[in-house]
Ligand binder design. Structure first.
Ligand SMILES: [Zn+2]
Length: 60
């Protein structure tokens, strides 16, 4: 059902646009119990304030 999967992806993009979200995240992604940098994908401890790999940090 490849056509169904394509439809889901399109709907997801529309969902993000409808809620005014940029495609670039404004905060940490999460992987398991760790913070994950949305820019480079680096994994950091939960107390991390800035990505030590690429220097990214949350805007707020
Ligand atoms: Zn990073």
């Amino acid at each position: 059902m490849a056509s169904a999967q394509n439809t889901d992806e399109e709907l997801f993009d529309e969902f993000l646009s409808a809620n005014g979200h940029e495609t670039t995240p404004a905060g940490w992604d999460h992987s398991y119990n760790k913070k994950q940098c949305p820019e480079c994908g680096g994994i950091h401890d939960d107390g991390a304030q800035q990505c030590s790999v690429c220097g990214w940090f949350p805007e707020r």
